[in-house]
Design a protein around this ligand. Sequence first.
Ligand code: GTP
Ligand code: MG
Length: 558
Amino acid sequence: QSIINTGKPYSFRQIISKSTRICKCFSKRKFSDISRRFLSFDEVVAQRRAEAKRSLVVQVNSEASFNELYGYCSKYASVNGIHHYKNSGDEHFMLIEFKTEEESKKVIHSCSSHQKDVDVMALHSPFLWFRAVSGKKEAFQIPKSQLMTTKGCNSIDEDNLIEELANCEDVSEQIQQMHDRTALNDLGVRLRYMVARQIERIFESLYANIVVRPFGSSVNGFGKMGCDLDLVLTNILNEEMCDSSKRLVYQEKKCEGGRSPWQRHMELVGELLELRVPGATRVQRILHARVPIVKYAHEFTDVDCDLCYNNMSGVYMSELLWLYGSLDPRVRPLTFVVRRWAQTVGLTNQHPGRWITNFPLTLMVLFFLQQKGKDGCVLPSLKTLVQYAGKEDVRLAEENLNCTFLRDMNKLPTDTYGQNKANLETLLLQFFEFYAQFDFHDKAISINEGVAIRKPNTLPLYIVNPLEQALNVSRNVSYEECERLKLEVRNAAWLLDAGLDGKKTDGWGILGLIERKSTRGLKNLLKVGNSHRLVSVKDLFNNDDDKIEKVNAKRNSE
Ligand code: GTP
Ligand code: MG
C-alpha cells in the first residue's frame, strides 16, 4: 500500500527492496502476536493494582457533576478517565483515574476533612466526596480523549436480558450473549481493586510488606456483575527481609495467649474495619472457622467482602481458573450458563450449606472440557500444566502447599488442547449429557488427571481439590443434593435437546434453563411431545420434585 500510495515510479529493485522491508516488519509483528497471545495472571493483577493506586472514588451530587469535578481535579493532576455509577442507595459516584500514582496522592493530600468534630479522626482514604458550591459554575473544556464512561456496574435488568436472549439467532449466540451481558465489567473490577487498595493503605502502617489481594470470582474470570469480593491479607517476608547478614534486626511483637495469633490479628482487622474504613458496614467476625474470615459490606460500591488471612492457595486457585478461562473463548460463556442454570434450579444457593457452590461447579465444567471426545479435548489436564512448568512457575502457598503449574500459556504446546471445535450449543448439551451418565457413585472428578478416578471414600459427590489432592471440595454436599444434581442435569439435557429443533417457541434454547421460577421450558417440552421423557425421570428416581409434579398436573388437566 505504501508503495502504491506514494504514486512515484519505482524501479523493480526498489519495489523488491521496499516490499522485503515491509514483509520483515509484518512478519515481525505477526510473530510477536503469535508468540504472545496470552497475558499472564500476574501481569493483569499488576496492571489492575497500578490502576487502583492512581484512582480515587468521589461521591457527587449527580451525573451532571462530571464537568465540574473534572475541572477541579485537573487543576491538581492530569485525568486519564472518569467512570460514573450509582449504588443501591441511589447515590452517585465517579471513579477517576489519574495519569500517575503521584498525581492521585497529590489530590488526596489536597483534600479537607468535612467535620470540625474532634471525635472524627481524619484519614487519608481513596474514597472522597465532592462539596457542592453555590453560585456560577465554571465550565471546562474536556478533551475528547478523556470521555466519561457511564456503563455503571449494577446487575443488568433481568427482563431486558431475557428479551435479548429470546431475540438471538441461535443457542450458541444466546450463551455468548448471556456471558457478555452479565460478566463483571471493567468498572466492577476497578471498584473491587479500589476496595482492596483502601484497606491495604490502612494496614500498611501496621504490618510490613502487606498486600491485600482480591481472589475468587472477582478476578478468576467467572465473576458476574454484583459478585462478592474475596480478599486475602498477606504479610509475606521476602528474602531481603530475612537476610541474616544484616546486623540491625527489628524488635518484634510475639502474640501471647492461647489463641492463634492470626485469630487475634483478624479481630484487630474487624475493629479497624469498623473504626477506620469509610464505607465498611455490617462487620461480622467468623474467627473459629478453618479459615477465619471477617465479612463486611462496602456501601459506597455495593460490594460484599470476605477478608481472610494468608490464604495464598485461594489466590493460586483463582489464577488457575483464570488461566483455564483464558485458554479458550468458550470456557467462560459455558461456565456462566451452567452457573446460572444451577442457580435457577436451586442447586446453588447464596448461603453456605449442604449444596454445591459455584467453585466446584466450575471445576465440573473444566473437567468436562478436558474429556477427549472423538475430536480431542478443549482444555488440557492440570497434570499437563504441571508438566510444562518451569523454575519461574514454582509457588508454595501456606503450609508448603505446592501450587506449581505453567503460568505462561504462550509456552503451552498447541497440540495439548483446543482440538475440539464444537460450538457452545453442542458443548452445553454435551455437558448435561456427560453428567447425566457420570458414575457419581464410584468415580471422582479430578481436573488434575482430566479423567474420572476412583472415589477414595463414600461421600456422595467427590471433586478433587486441584491444589490439595487429598481433599474433596464438595465434601459438604449431601446425598439428597447430589441426587438432585443428577436429576437436574438429566432434566436440562432433555429440555435442551428437545428445544434444538430450530423452532423459536416461547422459552427456546437456554431460556428454558435459566428463566427464574418458570415452568416455561417444561410446558414447551410438553407441547413438542416429549412429556414421556420427564415422567421417566420421576420413575427413574422416584423423586417427587415439585417441577415434575407441575408438569404432570398440567398434562392431566390438558
Ligand atoms: P462466587 O463467590 O460464588 O461468585 O464464586 P467464587 O469462585 O468466588 O467462590 P467462593 O467465594 O466460594 O470461593 C472463593 C475462592 O476460594 C474460589 O474461587 C477458590 O479459589 C477458593 N475456594 C473455594 N472453595 C474452596 C475449597 O473448598 N478449597 C480451596 N482450597 N479453595 C476454595
Ligand atoms: Mg466469591
